[in-house]
Design a protein around this ligand. Structure first.
Ligand code: H79
Length: 395
């Protein structure tokens, strides 16, 4: 959780059509066409070191690659299923190359895998609009296949975290989830697993399977008890789409800040193009985020969220005896914060700038210049006389 910022990468043969990886097979793209795309999948300009460098320059601390998405295609050369990258014109082991580049550049390497597979005859559903009707399958055999795939992934590429998806599909059960979780932990007990292996998605409790919550395409609520990570796309689509609308720098930064302010991580998604490159405008946007983080990273990495819950004007993070207020807009001269009971405020300053006047007569009021030093998000550091991490959340 101290890493706070990860990069999600959605990639596969579907980029040849520019439709969504999660739900275009047998919908926007007819099944036979979709399942033949791998024969011309050839991302010749893929450069693992460059992807990882792009992540590093963005200030990202871990990377998650879609080794297997719902369409069943494997981005690694597998002995379990022939529907894999070794049988494309590209041939190379993309998962392996990325794992190696991450190791070289000091980036934590993680793997996405889904619990469904529309391509596998053993699985009971074969497209997003399919039902369980009249479909023959063999779920125990399917779960065994999944275990074998995971054994390959874990023993070869040593991921720090596994990010599962698809728990909502009817054929998947909590019991299958538990089996898979045990299988993973037996192979490598150090691996962190998200909560989408089990059917319980909203809470971590005795029914859930996995270690952290995963709100999708929304910023999670402030939660000091359960670890969580929001996955959110830089554009709209998970996989690459031509001319997809991209988020502004302001939105990107504030998404990260509001997430950290709620005590969560941001897993920010990029979908590279069919030739294997990330789009330059996305690379540029990520670099801008990295340049903001190089100034204000102290207020993000290794912090806890709160004590103030995030809102449209500011979010807060804390570390030791410091509270960081991330200010999104001018406040007409004075920022008024709810009082911190039992705490003495000792100082207020702009992170990387000068000191600020404050009073504690009525809540905590800090004098703020009308022109904010950083228009996307200005960080103010409040020094207090006690451990800020122990304060209760103020909503
Ligand atoms: O890989 C990306 C998507 O392709 C995949 N999840 C992300 C990480 C995905 N596949 N299908 N869907 C998303 C659509 C399913 C959405 C929902 Fe839900 C499932 C709505 C309710 C249950 C998960 C939990 C998403 C929102 C809440």
């Amino acid at each position: 959780m101290d890493k706070r910022f990860g990069m999600f990468i959605h990639f596969g043969p579907v980029t040849l059509r520019g439709t969504e990886i999660g739900w275009s097979r047998n919908k926007e793209v007819p099944e036979a066409d979709y399942d033949s795309l791998y024969r011309e999948f050839n991302p010749v300009l893929f450069d693992a070191d460059r992807w990882v460098k792009t992540a590093k320059d963005a200030g990202v601390k871990y990377l998650v690659i879609t080794a297997k998405h719902h369409d069943g295609f494997l981005l690694w050369p597998s002995a379990v299923s022939a529907y894999n990258i070794a049988n494309t014109p590209f041939k190379k082991d993309m998962v392996g190359l990325l794992a190696k580049a991450c190791k070289k550049q000091g980036m934590s390497f993680c793997i996405y895998m889904t619990v469904l597979d529309w391509h596998d005859p053993d699985y009971l559903i074969h497209s997003p609009h399919d039902t369980l009707h009249n479909v023959k399958g063999d779920m125990p055999r399917f779960v065994n296949t999944m275990k074998s795939e995971l054994t390959e992934l874990i023993t070869r590429y040593k991921p720090d975290m596994l990010w599962f998806d698809g728990y909502w599909e009817k054929p998947w059960t909590n019991e299958f989830g538990r089996q898979i979780y045990q299988h993973i932990k037996k192979l490598d007990a150090r691996i962190v697993v998200n909560n989408r292996l089990g059917k319980e998605s909203e809470k971590l409790n005795e029914n859930s399977v996995g270690d952290f919550l995963t709100p999708e395409q929304r910023i999670g609520n402030i939660n000091m008890l359960e670890p969580w990570e929001s996955c959110i796309t830089i554009c709209n689509q998970w996989a690459w789409k031509p001319n997809d609308a991209m988020k502004s720098l302001r939105e990107c930064i504030q998404t990260l800040v509001k997430t950290a302010g709620g005590n969560g991580n941001l897993l920010f998604n990029v979908g590279p193009m069919m030739d294997g490159r990330m789009e330059q405008r996305q690379v540029d946007r990520l670099k801008q985020m990295g340049s903001w983080l190089s100034k204000y990273g102290e207020a993000i990495y290794g912090t806890k969220g709160g004590p103030y819950a995030p809102n449209e004007v500011y979010a807060a993070t804390r570390k030791g005896s410091k509270i960081y207020i991330h200010l999104f807009k001018p406040v007409g001269g004075s920022l008024k914060l709810p009082a911190l009971t039992g705490v003495t405020v000792k100082s207020a300053r702009v992170l990387g700038g000068g000191t600020l006047k404050f009073t504690t007569a009525d809540g905590l009021q800090i004098t703020i210049p009308d022109k904010l030093p950083d228009e996307n998000c200005t960080v103010i550091v409040i020094g207090i006389n006690s451990d800020a991490e122990k304060l209760a959340v103020i909503k």
